[in-house]
Design a protein around this ligand. Structure first.
Ligand SMILES: [Zn+2]
Length: 273
């Protein structure tokens, strides 16, 4: 019999809580470590649709990348969206476990999964911790240089589809060989990727001013902005592989197929001519 506690132990070996940022909230949100687990769902966002998916499938444990309760709470009344999710999970006998910035920094972690999905070879962390092998983001190489337009399409083909798709900022013909990637919001590493001199930077949630100021600084890396959810979704497969290795035939491990990117509609004015 596999328990919630057994699963937590394997997850914490792969994604040590000590690697989480100080502001983060990782670990078991609800659930009893002594209870039995036969079915697990792994997702990016612990939200209504993924909890539906988990409970419909009879999962006793949801493993999510994003924390449900990041800031301090004084209660979880069912009349609030997050409290409602906690109630639904507990009533169904299901637990919730979150591996957030510890999964970002671990090796392999979120950005290794993103790099692998895109077909990149990782050479090291983007923002390395003292050990030199863990840390946020990854620096990577393409097997062969390719034009920026081809690279942007490569990223789009590698990730799950989203309404807004993938946007590139930079010279369409620029040859791309070295790439930095950072799953999730990666604004804060713009100066670092320029200092590293990579050809392109793949991340999410880039904003107008930081992006345009970055591009104005000489040979700054071209930017590829993807949906936050899509950039972290490949991690679900990585975590699933780790758990399958540990629990093999005893536990049924599924990656969520619900698209929890909040952007669902896109408008595009036709350019005349
Ligand atoms: Zn994220």
């Amino acid at each position: 019999m596999t328990t919630v506690g057994d699963v937590v132990e394997v997850l914490e070996a792969a994604y040590p809580p000590a690697l989480a940022e100080s502001w983060d909230a990782v670990g078991l949100v609800c659930g009893d470590p002594a209870e039995r687990v036969d079915r697990i769902l792994i997702c990016v966002d612990p939200v209504e649709s993924t909890v539906d998916e988990a409970l419909e499938s009879g999962a006793q444990l949801v493993i999510a990348h994003h924390p449900l309760l990041l800031r301090g709470v004084h209660g979880v009344p069912a009349s609030t969206p997050k409290g409602g999710l906690v109630h639904r999970l507990i009533r169904a006998g299901a637990g919730l476990y979150c591996a957030h910035t510890n999964a970002d920094s671990a090796n392999p972690g979120v950005s290794d999964a993103l790099a692998e999905a895109i077909g990149l070879t990782v050479t090291g962390p983007l923002d390395a911790r003292e050990d030199g092998r863990t840390g946020i983001g990854r620096v990577c190489e393409l097997p062969e240089p390719e034009p920026f337009t081809t690279f942007v399409q490569r990223v789009a083909d590698a990730l799950p589809a989203t309404a807004a798709g993938v946007r590139g900022a930079g010279d369409p013909d620029r040859l791309i060989r070295t790439v930095a990637v950072s799953g999730g919001a990666g604004d804060s590493y713009l100066a670092r990727v320029t200092a590293l001199g990579v050809d392109a930077y793949v991340t999410a949630d880039l904003r107008h001013h930081p992006a345009s100021e970055h591009l104005a600084s000489g040979r700054a890396p071209a930017l590829v902005d993807v949906a936050h959810w899509a950039s972290e979704w490949p991690w679900c497969g990585q975590a699933a592989a780790i758990l399958r290795e540990a629990f093999g035939g005893n536990v049924d491990i599924t990656v969520s197929t619900r698209r929890t990117d909040p952007w669902t509609v896109v408008g595009q004015r036709r350019i005349p001519g």
